[in-house]
Design a protein around this ligand. Structure first.
Ligand SMILES: C[S@@+](CC[C@H](N)C(=O)[O-])C[C@H]1O[C@@H](n2cnc3c(N)ncnc32)[C@H](O)[C@@H]1O
Ligand code: SF4
Length: 453
C-alpha cells in the first residue's frame, strides 16, 4: 500500500496519549476534597515528581497549542510566583511529611518569564518542603529569544539539569508565517550560554507540518539543529486545533502541508537525525543520543509517558502546580483551574485549585498500561498485562482483532496477545494505541483531536 493510502486509512484524529483516559474525559465532579484524600495517602516509599506551569510568554507564536498568554509586566509575574509558593505549601501540608522528589519539570508557556529571584525562591521553597534527591532531574523549558541574562544565570542555582529550547523551524518564511522570528545565531548563542553555565543536558523542539514547510526546508532546519549538538530532540507534528486555540485561525490554512507532505517532512527529519546525526528514535516523536538516559530507558523498556511527553521518570505520583497543571496519582488524574485570575483567587482562599479530574477504574488501569507500552516500547504483551493486573485477557484480545488490518499493511506484527509495532508503523503509533482506547468511539465523546501523523 502506498503512503497516501496508508495515511488515508490510519491518519484518524486520535489523542497523543499523554494520559489515559485523556484530558477531555476529566470532569468537574472530581474536585479538591478528593485530591486532598489522594495527597494524604501517597505511600511513603514513593519518590514524587513535580510539574510547575507558568502560563506567560513574551510573545504569542501563532501555532502555539500550550496554555499561555502574553504577560510582560513583572507585577502579575510576581503575583503568580507567590501563588505557586502558596500552592506548594498547601500540597506539602496535605501530604503531611517531607516527601522525596526525584523529578521537577518547569513548563509553560515560558517559565523563565518569572523574575530570577522568584525562580530561585520557588526552588528554595521546594527544597524546604520536600527532600529533593541529590541526583534529581530538574528540567526547564526555555524560549531562546526571550531569556534575559539574569534568568540564565539563575539556572545553576536552581539546580537545573536539563534545558529544553523551543526551535520549531529556522526557515525565515516559515518563521514569518507562524510569528516566531528566531535566528539560528540567537539559538546557538543560548545553547552556548547554557553549556558555559554547565547545564548538563540540552533538548531541542522541532515542529513539522507548519505553513510553508517542505521536506527540503525541514531537512535544512534539522541539519542546523544537528549543529547545536543537543542530547535530545523532540519532533512534534503541528497540531492545528483552531477551534481550541483561536490565535491559530491567523495561520493561513492554504499554506499548511497536506497529510502526505507532513508524512514526508517527518521522514526527512528522521533521516537527518538518525542517519546523519546518529540519534536513536525514541517512541513516537523523540530522538536521543546513544548513552543519553532517554535512549537507555527506551532500550531497556523503562520509558514512560506523562503530560510532558516521553520521560525517564517512573514515579506513580506527579503533582501539578500552577494554572491548568495536571497531576497524576495512583487513584487518578486532577487538573487545576486554567484561567489565571480564578486560579489566583482559589489559592488566595486557601484552597487547592482543582477544576476537574477523573478517578481510574480497573479497566482504565489495564488499558492505560497497554497504551503506555505501545507508545513507549512499541510492543506489548496483552496476556502479561492482564496477568499483572489479575484480570481476564479476553476483552483485550478481542480489542486486538482491530490490530489485524495494521498487520496486513505491514505496520505491526501480532501473534496472539503479543503485538510488535514495525519500523513502518512508528508514525502511526497513536492510531495503534487508539485500538485499546475504550472512550474513543463513545457516541457522546467530548474530544476533537489533531491529525495522528
Ligand atoms: C511550552 S512550549 C516551549 C517553550 C518555550 N515557550 C518556547 O516556545 O520555546 C513546548 C513546545 O511545544 C511545542 N508546541 C507548541 N504548540 C504546538 C502545536 N500546536 N503543535 C505541536 N507542537 C507544539 C513546541 O515545539 C514548543 O517548543
Ligand atoms: S511556543 Fe512557547 S513562546 Fe510561543 S506562545 Fe507557545 S509557549 Fe509561548
Amino acid at each position: 500500500m502506498n503512503t497516501a493510502d496508508l495515511i488515508a486509512r490510519y491518519d484518524g484524529r486520535v489523542p497523543r496519549y499523554t494520559s489515559y483516559p485523556t484530558a477531555p474525559h476529566f470532569h468537574a465532579d472530581l474536585g479538591t476534597a478528593t485530591y486532598e484524600q489522594w495527597l494524604s495517602s501517597i505511600p511513603a516509599a514513593v519518590d514524587l515528581s513535580l510539574y510547575l506551569h507558568v502560563p506567560f510568554c513574551d510573545r504569542l507564536c501563532l501555532y502555539c497549542g500550550c496554555n499561555t498568554s502574553v504577560v510582560r509586566r513583572d507585577g502579575p509575574r510576581r503575583a503568580y510566583a507567590a501563588r505557586l509558593i502558596a500552592e506548594l505549601e498547601m500540597v506539602a501540608a496535605r501530604i503531611g511529611r517531607r516527601a522525596r522528589v526525584a523529578h521537577i519539570h518547569w513548563g509553560g508557556g515560558t517559565p523563565t518569564t518569572l523574575p530570577a529571584d522568584c525562580l530561585l525562591e520557588i526552588m528554595g521553597t521546594i527544597r524546604r518542603l520536600f527532600s529533593v534527591n541529590a541526583d534529581a532531574e530538574i528540567a526547564i523549558e526555555i524560549d531562546p529569544t526571550a531569556v534575559p541574562a539574569d534568568r540564565l544565570e539563575a539556572l545553576p542555582g536552581m539546580g537545573i539539569t536539563r534545558a529544553s529550547l523551543g526551535v520549531q523551524d529556522f526557515d525565515p518564511a516559515v518563521q514569518t508565517a507562524i510569528a516566531r522570528i528566531q535566528t539560528f545565531e540567537a539559538t546557538e548563542h543560548c545553547a552556548r550560554a547554557l553549556r558555559a553555565l554547565q547545564i548538563p543536558s540540552l533538548n531541542l523542539d522541532l515542529i513539522y507540518g507548519l505553513p510553508h514547510q517542505t521536506a527540503d526546508s525541514v531537512t535544512r532546519t534539522a541539519r542546523q539543529a544537528l549543529a547545536l549538538g543537543a542530547d535530545r530532540v523532540a519532533v512534534f507534528g503541528y497540531a492545528h486545533v483552531p477551534w481550541m486555540k483561536r490565535h491559530q485561525k491567523l495561520i493561513d490554512e492554504d499554506a499548511l502541508p497536506n497529510p502526505v507532505q507532513r508524512f514526508d517532512q517527518r521522514a526527512a527529519i528522521d533521516q537527518v537525525l538518525v542517519d546523519e546525526g546518529g540519534y536513536l528514535a525514541v517512541g513516537l516523536d523523540h530522538y536521543a543520543r546513544p548513552g543519553d538516559a532517554m535512549a537507555r530507558a527506551a532500550d531497556s523498556q523503562a520509558l514512560h509517558r506523562s503530560f510532558q511527553g516521553y520521560t525517564t521518570d517512573p514515579s506513580p505520583v506527579l503533582i501539578g502546580i500552577g494554572a491548568s497543571a495536571i497531576g497524576s496519582l495512583p487513584q487518578g488524574y486532577v487538573q487545576n483551574i486554567t484561567a489565571v485570575p480564578a486560579y489566583l483567587a482559589a489559592i488566595d482562599q486557601g484552597q487547592l485549585a482543582i477544576a476537574r479530574g477523573i478517578a481510574l477504574t480497573e479497566d482504565d488501569r489495564v488499558r492505560r498500561d497497554v497504551i503506555e507500552h505501545i507508545m513507549c516500547d512499541l510492543e506489548v504483551d496483552l496476556d502479561a498485562i492482564a496477568k499483572a493486573h489479575g484480570v481476564d485477557s479476553a476483552p483485550l484480545l478481542a480489542a486486538a482483532c482491530a490490530i489485524d488490518r495494521f498487520q496486513t499493511d505491514g505496520l505491526v506484527q501480532r501473534e496472539g496477545g503479543r503485538i510488535v509495532v514495525q519500523a513502518a508503523g512508528r508514525p502511526f503509533l497513536r492510531s495503534v494505541a487508539a485500538v485499546f482506547d475504550a472512550y474513543l468511539n463513545q457516541a457522546n465523546g467530548p474530544a476533537r483531536h489533531a491529525q495522528a501523523v
